[in-house]
Design a protein around this ligand. Structure first.
Ligand code: NAG
Ligand code: NAG
Ligand code: NAG
Ligand code: NAG
Ligand code: NAG
Ligand code: NAG
Ligand code: NAG
Ligand code: NAG
Ligand code: NAG
Length: 886
């Protein structure tokens, strides 16, 4: 469905933009410089007309490194190549850096106030305005702590200067955005003005952004809904005042408007919370993407004085009517409902950019990938980004689990056995509270929020929990609050989290997920996966040197800089590489290694999502899984469903098949076939066709089953007892096809390559990051398959308007296997004819496909293709050809 992008405008002429009470603007950009490089008189720097010609010019929100990249001091492709990032001296960032901006302001009448709004500065900052210090770093501290400062008495008519001195960051000591073992740490540790800084003009009375709650519980979808809109009203003036808070709620399709209004008397220098009530008689309900549409309502409110003059206008706020609940089962597993329906979380962990750069167009592509894979949730572990992220999630119907991060200052409590941070002191509790207040205010009205996790690996202590809960309550937080993402313990005030964090993070075989301990498919896995996400060669060549690439396939135990930081468990691909050569045979070239890696990545992600789908209504239900992870902060070799350049590879298409709405699944352990249905409404007759063929194409098994499907359920429909016997230790292909009564394309088509020898896990020797394998499946015979011939054509279907920001070209690819043997794991790409770049983002209906003998298959691809393009087809390790297209 098309949706307009949120447009954020930065107006450079503040004098023009700050004319009337209620006007708010973001600082349009900064001059950036190290305190090392300039004289130390900050009073002088914070006066207008300073000479900043030697400073860098950067955008409105940028860490130091992001600013230096913007200023071409560093070059991303160079910095991300091999281990170049390690060459940047951290010493440059051990001193404070200055962010400075000058702007002109008009003359304001005496009853006007000019406020400065921050949304978190890393790690902390002194703030100066026109020669006066207006905030010090004991208040403006923490990446998520937003504050409001009154600048009024320092305003100059004409030029004004704002100076922010941002202090260096230590993940041990500061409430920042750390990276643990995700990737190498940025040399500036994320220091700087990473979020917008705003100026707001008001009269004597200001109002806060509205907080919206409803009494909607989804018991009756069409009954009226009471909406409560709250705003905090402050009288900054020395005289009492009668204030009218008024505005309206209107549906974004403009079919309905409800007026809001309330009168309040405020004594001098006082504040109060105003509650406005409205009833929506015929509510439009917001749904997650796969369950329905995403209607939103706008709330606009302002405060006016008895004269009729507006004193402040709240930012336009959107909300959606929906109801989210979490419960704990008798097994202590958490389960969510959205609008009263069991909502199985099929999600993945989101990574911000390594330098916290934020690109809304890129984020939209990432979210579209999430939905394209059939996933419904992202988890933000301490990477809460910006308001635009939540707007986008609301519009696209993507659920968000937000929360604080692990493994640094945020979880530095005495009972944390893995604590690398400095234990919290009194002042740290104040920072945590300010952070919670700010993030809760930002997220409060958004229907995409599923929960906030006040801890990740460890739960907050009782004192911190009190502050977090009080802050959330005061912001009218309407969603579940969960103690942590693990089951290690919980504070007095919150129940057990019901989320397991028992691994794996590194490679395990597909049948792992059908086990009954650790990360296997039961309960709620908050972060787990087989560690896969190998990019294709085209991407790898952008960030790996020849010797890095050589090491990848020829030194299986070697460290790689583009994995987790040195000496950690995840700094090599040892476990993966051992399994790869045991299962698929030793690779004799880079191309062969990458091809085989895609096979194993595909198997891994498909099995994880399938096992959780199969067990959604088991006796101990699989209530949710968050794949570790969705994406990477920079070019990475693991822990991602698509690579940094937004190229989807084996892991992506494994996940996409495994998470299909309606699907047929082979359970590697029980050898049963399951019919899966994640939809809310689809029911009726379904036909399942099961075929098993040998490598030479001989049919070994054929079954057809007709059955009924039911929403939000999985159903055991067929047992295949004879696979192991039939395969006699060799390798075969199992194809499952699901159709409804409509004779056109199948609802699902799923091909497995199976070994007569199953992977055997040694569960008792499990580590927190993997479970070892004693006997590996044997797929080596795949390397000596008969050659096959596939005929393929590409036909342009036309323009696709599913992205408003962009028109995509839609192309159909028709394939026919003209051989009597299976055509195995064929990869398609679409490349720019001039640059030969593989285009991305790219949306394939399916990819890395295996065709049975004589089978035909139709694929569709949508891509942003500006110039000439061509579809290429790769068969096996090296044979790549370009398809002619009409
Ligand atoms: C710093 O600059 C201000 C403003 O120009 C000036 O008044 C003050 O004397 C300077 N301080 C020092 C220590 O130089
Ligand atoms: C500003 O400083 C630069 C050197 O950093 C100097 O070349 C330039 O002349 C100065 N401009 C003014 C107007 O003083
Ligand atoms: C960045 O560096 C690469 C490799 O050194 C070079 O090819 C490229 O032209 C540079 N790009 C820019 C924008 O400077
Ligand atoms: C919400 O309020 C409306 C209006 O009073 C009422 O009709 C509806 O039943 C209420 N819903 C719930 C779940 O209480
Ligand atoms: C809903 O709002 C109406 C009018 O504002 C009020 O009379 C009613 O009591 C409210 N219902 C609930 C359930 O809060
Ligand atoms: C509101 O008033 C309370 C009590 O006087 C005070 O503690 C608080 O700081 C005030 N809040 C604002 C935003 O002015
Ligand atoms: C809205 O309802 C709340 C609680 O029922 C009440 O305190 C408040 O005064 C009402 N607001 C208006 C404007 O009627
Ligand atoms: C094909 O493979 C099957 C199973 O391995 C075997 O039984 C059969 O003899 C083979 N057929 C041919 C024609 O090689
Ligand atoms: C794996 O299969 C191949 C070919 O079928 C066979 O030659 C080899 O001995 C098998 N390896 C093991 C460890 O069983």
């Amino acid at each position: 469905m098309p949706f307009p992008l949120l447009i954020v405008t930065f107006i450079s002429s503040l004098a023009m933009a700050l004319q009337n009470p209620g006007d708010q603007v973001s600082i349009a950009g900064w001059n950036l410089q190290s305190t090392h490089a300039v004289n130390s008189n900050l009073t002088a720097w914070s006066l207008p007309h300073a000479n900043v010609s030697s400073w860098y010019r950067i955008g409105p929100r940028a860490t130091i490194l992001a600013g230096l990249l913007e200023s071409n001091v560093y070059n991303e492709s160079d910095l991300f190549y091999s281990d170049h990032l390690a060459g940047i001296s951290k010493a440059n960032f051990d001193v404070p850096w200055l962010y400075r901006e000058e702007f002109s302001l008009p003359e304001f009448p005496t009853d006007k106030h000019l406020f400065l709004k921050t949304h978190g500065i890393t790690s902390k900052a002194d703030i100066f305005f026109n020669g006066a210090q207006i905030a010090s770093s004991d208040l403006q501290i923490g990446s998520y702590a937003g504050h409001i400062y009154d600048l009024t008495s320092h305003v100059l008519v004409g030029q004004n200067a704002l100076l922010i001195k941002a202090y260096p960051t230590s993940y041990r000591d500061d409430f920042a955005l750390g990276w643990v073992d995700w990737n190498p740490h940025p040399p500036d540790s994320g220091t700087g003005v990473w979020r917008n800084v705003e100026l707001k003009l008001t009269g004597p009375v200001s109002i806060s952004p509205p907080r919206v709650t409803t009494n909607f519980t989804a018991d009756a979808l069409r009954s009226p809904v009471n909406v409560t809109v709250k705003t905090d009203v402050v009288n900054h003036g020395g005289a009492p005042v009668d204030v009218a808070v008024q505005g309206s709620i209107h549906s974004t399709d403009s079919t309905k408007t409800i007026d809001l209004s309330y009168q309040i008397h405020l004594p001098a220098h006082s504040n109060s919370t105003v509650t406005l009530n409205a009833t929506i008689d015929d509510p439009q309900i917001w749904w997650p993407a796969t369950w329905g549409t995403q209607p939103l309502y706008n709330v606009s409110i302002n405060a006016s004085l008895p004269s009729g003059a507006i004193s402040d206008i709240a930012p336009l706020t959107k909300f959606g009517i929906r109801h989210v609940v979490s419960t704990l089962s008798s097994d202590d597993d958490v389960a969510f409902t959205v609008n009263s329906h069991p909502f199985q979380v099929r999600g993945a962990g989101y990574a911000a950019d390594i330098f916290l750069r934020f690109d809304l167009d890129r984020l939209e592509a990432i979210f579209q990938y999430v939905l394209d894979m059939g996933l419904n949730t992202i988890r933000l572990e301490g990477k809460q980004e910006h308001p635009e992220l939540y707007d986008l999630a609301d519009r696209m119907g993507l659920m968000v689990i937000a929360g604080w991060e692990c493994c640094d200052k945020w979880e530095a409590w005495s009972y944390n056995e893995d604590n690398p941070g400095t234990l919290w002191h009194d002042e740290d509790y104040t920072v945590a509270q300010a952070s919670m207040l700010h993030e809760a205010e930002m997220m409060q009205p958004h229907p995409s929020l599923l929960a906030f996790l006040v801890g990740s690996d460890y739960w907050p202590d009782d004192r911190a929990t009190d502050l977090y809960l009080t802050a959330l309550r005061s912001m009218d937080w309407p969603n579940p609050v969960i103690a942590s993402a693990s089951m290690r313990g919980h504070p007095r005030q919150l129940p057990a989290s019901g989320m397991k964090m028992d691994g794996p993070y590194d490679w395990v075989p597909p049948n792992y997920w059908y086990g009954d301990s650790f990360g296997a498919a039961f309960g709620f896995g908050s972060e787990q996966g087989a560690g896969v996400g190998t990019p294709e060669l085209f991407s790898m060549r952008k960030f790996l040197s020849d010797s890095d690439l050589k090491a990848l396939w020829s030194s299986p135990n070697a460290g790689q800089y583009h994995l987790a930081p040195k000496n950690g468990v995840f700094s090599t691909r040892k476990i993966f590489n051992n399994a790869l050569s045991k299962r698929y045979g030793q690779s004799k070239s880079l191309e062969e290694y990458v091809f085989k890696s895609q096979l194993m990545d595909y198997e891994a992600t498909r099995a994880e999502f399938e096992a959780f789908a199969v067990r959604q209504n088991a006796s101990r239900p699989a209530t949710g899984v968050v794949y570790w992870m969705l994406n990477s902060a920079w070019p990475s070799l693991h822990w991602q469903l698509f690579d940094y350049y937004l190229q989807p590879a084996g892991a992506f298409f494994g996940a996409k098949v495994g998470a299909r709405q309606e699907h047929v699944v082979y359970d590697y352990e029980s050898k049963n076939v399951y019919l899966v249905n994640h939809s809310l409404k689809s029911r009726g007759t379904r036909h399942i066709v099961v075929d098993l063929v040998a490598l030479n194409g001989t049919r070994l098994l054929h079954r057809e089953v007709t059955t009924e499907t039911a929403p939000l359920a999985s159903k055991d429909i067929l047992h295949i007892p004879d696979i192991t016997t039939l395969l006699k230790g060799a390798v075969g292909f199992l194809r499952l096809i699901l159709k409804d009564d409509n004779p056109s394309e199948p609802l699902s088509r799923n091909v497995y390559w199976l070994s007569g020898q199953s992977d055997v896990l040694d569960w008792d020797k499990s580590e927190w990051y993997t479970t070892p394998v004693t006997t590996f499946a044997n797929f080596t015979a795949l390397s000596s398959m008969e050659p096959f011939t596939v005929a393929a054509t590409a036909t342009v279907l036309g323009d696709d308007k599913s992205r408003v920001s962009d028109t995509l070209t839609s192309v159909e690819v028709n394939l026919e296997n003209q051989s009597d043997v299976p055509a195995f794991f064929i990869r398609f790409t679409i490349v720019d004819s001039t640059t030969h770049e593989e285009l991305a983002p790219v949306f394939w209906s399916d990819n890395y496909v295996t065709l049975f003998p004589r089978e035909k298959l139709r694929l569709v691809v949508k891509v942003r293709a500006k110039g000439g393009w061509a579809v290429t087809m790769r068969v096996g390790v090296g044979d790549e050809r370009t398809l002619k297209h009409q």
